[in-house]
Design a protein around this ligand. Structure first.
Ligand code: OOG
Ligand code: NI
Length: 463
């Protein structure tokens, strides 16, 4: 008998769907957002602007309705290491390192996501995964309480662990086992309203940092948001406000552009959760916790290190002049400044390509126009032989604002050294090396060029 395994891409897609169905029932505003995004994306894809996006047909368009990312926060190195094994069963691997302590958030993080171009096209589901750094809690008694709460919990079901081990041993899961696996893993991501610490400890942790209370107080690392991808975040935001979703006044990230880059995001407060805290006499007290929120994002071209540096410098300039206020009162001033300063970032694909600011997929537009197969890339682009599609940014930008703040303080070098040593710690907890996102984008670009040259040579040989 030959064993048939469910593909890792299918398991990931099924899991992403199951999460979406669960989150719709847990956070109704998420369902509303999904409906808004569906309409906006259809409008963009059938509208006049679609052609200027230079999307690769099918590869870049089919995945969008299914596309989303989530985020979780873990408490211990053991939890992170096991989570990495679980994600590996779904073809998701740690890419990129983010040190959020520079933003005074006591966590560091990676994104678990598919890596190859083909796997991303099948389903790009990603989970931003943070690990709490308890050593950043200064109050020793509180730190000990947090430690005890974390060491007493098991966030995975026995069957989830058993099936992960089985998948590792056999090299995959059967269709039936994959269904059970997904149902079991969902338990880890589900909201659990029973707290595992008393109300007083919860309040103390909340007072230290809201995020610490969120990580330490519950049986599991509930998914804290699930973010659909829209092709026009400004239109999506207008629709959200019209439907009374409390969208923030400002979209984070780069300004609106003809040629979108990186990531633009906006979030909204979703709901207060009811929590039951255990009392020492066996009774419970009720409280609330704002655990989950809504978010929507628009993704554009992945930038090269040079492009990213330009982005960082420009955003820092904007924020030197205006910092967006939480109440949205200076939103207009901020956006005007953002758009003005970003005029220094070329807004057409060809200039971004020629200046080495973004990654691109080369494809053959018209092989008959070729004179010299070995001509320089720019000559082939000029002649209309090659066509450029942006490589979509698959990663995150959670601390760009905070990192910029740091560099304004003139503290850049020390924070960089810190980050390097923290990264080593994070990888030790993970039990794996983190993949470098730039290398992945570079590889996608290089592969397309090799393929185009081979196709050109083959077409010349045929004539
Ligand atoms: C994760 C924040 C990062 C994003 O979209 O940048 C993130 C968290 O709050 O746990 O999801
Ligand atoms: Ni997010």
């Amino acid at each position: 008998m030959t064993l048939h395994f469910r593909g890792t891409n299918e398991i990931r897609a099924d899991f992403s769907n199951a999460m979406s169905v669960m989150y719709r029932t847990e956070v109704p505003a998420y369902g509303q957002l999904i409906d808004i995004v569906g309409v906006v994306n259809d409008d963009v894809l059938t509208g006049d602007h679609a052609a200027t996006l230079n999307l690769t047909p099918e590869e870049d368009t089919q995945r969008i309705t299914q596309e989303r990312h989530g985020a979780i926060r873990l408490g211990t190195a053991q939890e992170l290491a096991m989570m990495a094994r679980v994600f590996a069963v779904m073809g998701m691997h740690p890419v990129g390192y983010y040190d959020l302590s520079v933003a005074s958030v006591p966590v560091h993080s990676t994104a678990f996501r598919p890596i190859s171009r083909g796997d991303l096209a099948q389903n790009p589901f990603r989970v931003f995964t943070s690990l709490l750094r308890l050593e950043l809690i200064e109050d020793e008694e509180l730190r000990d309480k947090a430690q005890v709460a974390l060491s007493n919990r098991q966030i995975f079901t026995n069957q989830a662990i058993a099936l992960t081990i089985q998948a590792e041993k056999d090299g995959g899961l059967s269709d039936d086992d994959a269904v059970t696996f997904i149902a079991q893993i969902l338990e880890t991501f589900r909201w659990h309203s029973d707290a595992c610490i008393d109300a007083q400890t919860f309040d103390a942790l909340n007072g230290t940092h809201r995020l610490i209370a969120d990580v330490v107080s519950f049986r599991g690392p509930h998914i804290n948001h699930l973010t659909p991808r829209t092709l026009d975040i400004d239109v999506a935001q207008t629709s959200m406000i019209a439907q009374h979703l409390s969208a923030k006044a400002i979209v984070e990230g780069p300004p609106r552009r003809v040629c979108p880059i990186l990531l633009r995001q906006t979030s909204f407060k979703a709901l207060d959760e009811v929590v039951r805290f255990p009392n020492s006499d066996g009774s419970f007290s009720e409280g609330t916790h704002t655990a989950r929120f809504g978010e929507v994002e628009q993704r554009g071209a992945a930038l090269t290190p040079k492009g990213r540096a330009l982005y960082d410098v420009l955003l820092a300039k904007v924020r030197e002049d205006v910092l967006p206020a939480g109440d949205g009162s200076n939103a207009k001033t901020y956006v005007t400044r953002l758009e003005h300063i970003f005029k220094a970032f070329p807004d057409n694909w060809r200039d971004m390509h020629d200046q080495g600011l973004a990654y691109f997929k080369y494809s053959l537009a018209d092989a008959t126009k070729v004179n010299d197969v070995d001509a320089k890339i720019n000559a082939l682009l000029d002649a209309g032989v090659l066509f450029l599609s942006p490589v979509i940014y698959e990663d995150f930008l959670p601390v760009s604002a905070a990192g910029i703040f740091q560099s304004n303080l003139g503290d850049e070098t020390s924070s960089h050294r810190q980050t390097a040593s923290n990264r080593i710690q994070f990888e030790a907890a993970l039990g794996l090396n983190i993949v470098d996102e730039f290398a992945l984008y570079e590889d996608i670009q290089a592969t397309t060029l090799v393929r185009c040259r081979a196709q050109l040579r083959a077409s010349r040989a045929a004539t």
